[in-house]
Ligand binder design. Structure first.
Ligand SMILES: [Zn+2]
Length: 277
């Protein structure tokens, strides 16, 4: 595999990276928007807050699914970006993924645009707790539920740590320990906005870079696409590695239609050598 145009565009430049679900498919987390994936019906914040039965089913599935997310390991693409940060090529990563795989791979400067699976927030008082702490409370309230769900099989890890499991009508959910309010994974769902300070931080990362590299995102969602539009507007070149079309293709200087892991591994092999030449 070769990508001379991409290597030429990135060489000698400080690169900010924007990643999406396609980054984590090689770690076994499905990309519901990928060309080979089934159509998805992502949960909206309104469904979550307005429907107690939906919420109960959500937490039952999440109680099983989150530990699979927690066990998921970074792939060669995540490791390549961490190496590129270490060698000074990559200035930081803005990710739309909630899986923490960039952090697990060793990247230090990560903006988790949509939050992470590992934290829970109270929608009423803003109190946060770790997902692991909530897991202990959910297990105490629903002894053996996760084990029984695992035993019947059919567990699929989804991007939001949801998982497919039946028999959820008896599941007991947990409310905020501080105020009794409604708990939610601290993830930005459809219909919610990314916190303003987080967006500003990400814009700054793009502003300070010489190039924006998009890896594994179709840029369908505006929360990611806006950074491509922002970069293009400032004359900062945009490179895109993604399997299939993206909303940003017309704004990209270079577009490589392929999976992330092999291409990023190639970049981490070639770019430090190019830079020191
Ligand atoms: Zn609360």
């Amino acid at each position: 595999m070769q990508a001379p145009e991409l290597v030429t565009l990135l060489q000698g430049r400080r690169v900010a990276v924007l990643t999406g679900a396609g980054m984590s498919t090689d770690s076994g987390i499905p990309d519901y928007r990928g060309p080979d994936s089934p159509p998805s019906n992502p949960m909206t914040i309104r469904q979550f807050t307005s429907d107690p039965v939906f919420r109960q089913r959500y937490w039952a599935r999440n109680h099983v699914g989150w530990r699979h997310m927690d066990d998921t390991l970074p792939n060669a693409g995540h490791r390549a970006l961490a190496a590129l940060e270490h060698s000074g090529v990559v200035s930081g990563v803005i990710t739309q993924n909630v899986d923490l795989l960039h952090t697990k791979a060793g990247t230090r400067n990560v903006i988790n645009l949509h939050g992470t699976y590992a934290e829970v927030i109270c929608l009423d008082c803003g109190h946060t707790m770790t997902r692991a702490a909530l897991a202990e409370m959910l297990e105490a309230a629903n002894p053996g539920f996760a084990e029984r769900a695992e035993a019947v099989g059919g567990i699929a890890v989804a991007p939001d740590a949801d998982a497919v499991v039946g028999d959820t009508s008896s599941f007991t959910i947990i409310d905020c320990t501080e105020c009794g309010g409604m708990l939610k994974p601290n993830i930005v769902y459809f219909g919610e906005s990314v916190p303003k300070d987080r967006v500003a931080h990400a814009y700054t990362m793009v502003d300070e870079a010489d190039t924006l590299l998009v890896a594994g995102s179709s840029l369908t969602v505006f929360s990611g696409f806006r950074f491509v539009r922002h970069a293009a507007g400032l004359g900062i070149p945009v490179a895109i590695i993604n399997r299939g079309r993206t909303r940003g293709d017309d704004l990209a200087t270079v577009k490589i239609d392929t999976g992330c892991s092999p291409m990023l591994a190639l970049l981490s092999d070639e770019l430090p050598i190019v830079m020191s030449a």
